[in-house]
Design a protein around this ligand. Structure first.
Ligand SMILES: O=C(O)c1cc(=O)[nH]c(=O)n1[C@@H]1O[C@H](COP(=O)(O)O)[C@@H](O)[C@H]1O
Length: 281
């Protein structure tokens, strides 16, 4: 039987720590790295990040948008980056942030979560604005195929606050925040022992209490935490922000390490891994 994503992630967390490097080839970073703003440029950028991450950390998160900008050639580049990362033994979270009615969402999930597919990743990010139930086709594919899904719950960007702190008026979690409703729904999809395969995105820039969430509600499922560095969150905040859930929280770093450039990236990842480990000790 294929091991679940949660179990695979747990092994990676134990062996290599929680740092997840974003593969975010922003136009400005491409220029700083001396690469062209073309499909060839994003391909080279992605492969360099994979090379630096290999043996240093356990997880990478390619940001699909920066590849999609270059159309079919960008997607071809992304296919190569995904394959290189997976064959280097890295866990890959495709940051595609998909959301739609279930039947359509299933096709997105097929793209990112099918074993042997051209865009195969280990997990994908998904948006629950149409209800967590609309994501069930992806969740089912993940649970049966050893893959994972990270559902946006309380995101790192300030514009999301109104929507995500709004109180629901019906359903099993009536009166709770939208963010807490999503966390509860996602939580109920994880069954069995150990770390679940279906997780949530909870930005490191926010205070859980402001979003009607508790740290305990996050325990047992993977948490993807973006917002460190450029968006202002500090690694030192990790224990206070996530409490007991910090042990299963992926610490995403994108621009803060990518800005070190191709020659400085390996050292930046080493330093980040060390600093994060110290903050969690
Ligand atoms: O799902 C995500 O990864 C994500 C969710 C969120 O709430 N905030 C957020 O910044 N992200 C992503 O995390 C990365 C953050 O990049 P930096 O701000 O450069 O570290 C980007 O790829 C964002 O798209």
């Amino acid at each position: 039987m294929t091991p679940g994503f949660g179990a695979r992630l747990q092994s990676v967390l134990d062996a290599r720590g929680p740092v997840c490097a974003g593969i975010d080839p922003h136009r400005s970073l491409l220029s700083d790295w001396g690469l062209p703003d073309t499909a060839a440029g994003v391909r080279e950028f992605g492969l360099r990040v994979v090379e630096a991450a290999t043996g240093r950390i356990g997880v990478v998160k390619p940001q699909v948008s920066f590849f999609e900008r270059h159309g079919s050639r960008g997607f071809a580049a992304l296919e190569e980056v995904l394959a290189a990362a997976r064959s280097a033994g890295l866990l890959v979270v495709a940051d595609c942030k998909r959301g739609d009615i279930g039947s359509t969402l299933d096709a997105y999930a097929e793209a990112w979560l099918t074993e042997g597919g051209p865009l195969e990743a280990d997990a994908m990010t998904a948006v629950a604005y149409q209800g967590v139930g609309s994501l069930d086709p992806a969740i089912t594919r993940a649970l049966t195929g050893g893959k994972g899904v990270f559902v946006l719950a309380a995101t790192s960007n300030p514009e999301a606050r109104d929507v995500q702190t709004a109180r629901t008026i019906e359903g099993p979690r009536a009166g709770r925040s939208v963010a807490a409703g999503i966390v509860g729904e996602v939580r109920s999809r994880n069954t069995g022992e150990g770390l679940g395969s279906i997780g949530v995105v909870v930005g490191a820039t926010i205070r859980l209490v402001d979003y009607g969430l508790t740290q305990e509600e996050l325990v047992g499922m993977p948490v993807l935490a973006p917002g460190f560095g450029h968006q202002g969150a500090k690694f030192a905040d990790l224990p206070a922000r996530y409490g007991p859930a910090a042990a299963s929280t992926l610490v995403n770093v994108s621009r803060s390490v990518l800005s070190a450039g191709p020659d400085g990236l390996a050292a930046a990842l080493d330093a980040t891994r060390k600093e994060v480990a110290e903050c969690l000790a």
